[in-house]
Design a protein around this ligand. Structure first.
Ligand code: SF4
Ligand code: SF4
Ligand code: FES
Length: 387
């Protein structure tokens, strides 16, 4: 048994007061969960301390919260580990390294109803409904069940693992800047149907998500949702899959996100380093041999980027004016390693589905040959070819 201090951000709307912090002392085994500590405090000290929970086994998705600033599940985070992180964070700021308070807050990007209980309806569930979270097959339904090739479902198993806890939404940096962003959970759910072979509206779904200014191109690849997700859904990866599929369908996104990605790849391949001014040109008006392809849209976008370029100069991101001229930025001297990386990526045109944990037959043998071992941890990733 060990002692811990929980520093909880509280909000009791009926009091008419704003949020405040309160500390609770709890004692429990380090292997028990932060949620157990909160329930102990509620039981022993203050019955009005409010938290939403049900299964206490990382299944129902009810107990999303922020622990030491990180979004996750209260029932899946061991209190001993939370203490270690609290101490590490404190020592990084020069404070004492032991016995620091474990900071517990309600999830972010959602209104707080009371203490640790947030309003999931106004953000999370509204956005989930936004992506039409059900199958849209065409034609008469079969007499019995749909029969699909098991292999064709591998691609969506990762997104199917979502328990709708909202931890990814809580951690999403794009949502902080743009509350209208459809968000990681809803977009992961969208991929669950886009990738389903039974769904007949793939193209329409992709069009819808690409054309929405708060859609798939609003994600900034910050990885926060991947870190926060307790079920390995990796929402950002699902968003990247949506983008890739939209590109394959020839869908032009309104903010040039797909062209931007291609421009990155092309410039790094050519120069081994990022030529920011060329990036601007290639993203908005991909030209032939470095020549700007004139179009009304390209000119409009380039002109619209001038304030960003000026900010880049002011903040020192672009250190000299001449680097604003496309193509002037020098190449790195040795391109062999860069070329090798591109060749490897080309040759191994495969994606890793980090959720799938088991594989059979040829794939298992292939992995044994490659020296890839089967994980014994049910939550741990297993590499699977996911063409
Ligand atoms: S990777 Fe994208 S969706 Fe995920 S948290 Fe960051 S901005 Fe949000
Ligand atoms: S994707 Fe992960 S973090 Fe987001 S709601 Fe689903 S289970 Fe929770
Ligand atoms: S209580 Fe069900 S996921 Fe935590």
């Amino acid at each position: 048994m060990a002692n811990y201090t929980l520093k909880v951000r509280r909000f009791q709307p009926e009091s008419g007061e704003g949020p405040y912090w309160e500390e609770f002392k709890v004692d429990l085994e380090p292997s028990l969960a932060v949620l157990d500590g909160i329930l102990q405090a509620k039981d022993r000290d203050d019955g009005s301390l409010s938290v939403r929970c049900s299964c206490r086994a990382a299944i129902c998705g009810s107990c999303g919260m922020k622990i030491n600033g990180q979004s996750g599940l209260g029932c899946k985070t061991q209190i001993g580990e939370a203490q270690e992180l609290a101490d590490k964070q404190a020592s990084a700021t020069g404070a004492s390294g032991e016995g620091n308070s474990i900071v517990i807050e309600p999830m972010g990007n959602m209104p707080v109803i009371k203490d640790l209980i947030t309003d999931m309806e106004s953000t999370h569930w509204t956005k989930i409904r936004r992506v039409t979270p059900w199958l849209l097959p065409h034609g008469e339904p079969p007499e019995r069940e749909y029969v699909v090739d098991p292999e064709s479902m591998i691609d969506i198993t990762q997104s199917m693992a979502c328990i709708q806890c909202g931890a990814c939404v809580s951690s999403c940096l794009s949502m902080e800047a743009d509350p209208g962003f459809i968000g990681p959970a809803a977009l992961a759910k969208a991929y669950r149907f886009v990738g389903d072979p039974r769904d007949a509206e793939t193209h329409e779904r992709l069009h819808d998500l690409a054309e929405d200014p708060h859609g798939i191109y609003d994600c900034t690849h910050c990885f926060s949702c991947i870190d926060a997700c307790p079920k390995g859904v990796a929402p950002m990866d699902q968003i990247m899959r949506l983008r890739r599929k939209a590109g394959e369908e020839g869908i032009e996104d309104p903010n040039s996100g797909h062209d931007h990605e291609i421009a990155f790849v092309k410039i790094i391949e050519k120069k081994g380093t990022l030529d920011e001014s060329l990036l601007l040109q290639e993203s908005f008006a991909p030209g032939v041999k470095g020549k700007l392809k004139p179009s009304k849209r390209a000119i409009r976008e380039m002109l619209g980027s001038i304030p960003t370029a000026i900010r880049g100069i002011k903040t020192g991101k672009m250190r000299s004016l001449h680097k604003l001229i496309p193509g002037v930025h020098p190449k790195l001297p040795d391109q062999d390693d860069v070329k090798a990386i591109y060749a490897h990526a080309e040759e191994h045109n495969e994606e890793f589905n980090l959720y799938i944990k088991g594989e059979e037959g040829e794939l298992a043998e292939e992995n044994v040959e490659k020296g890839i071992e089967r994980s014994t941890d049910p939550e741990t990733a297993q590499e699977v070819k996911n063409g």
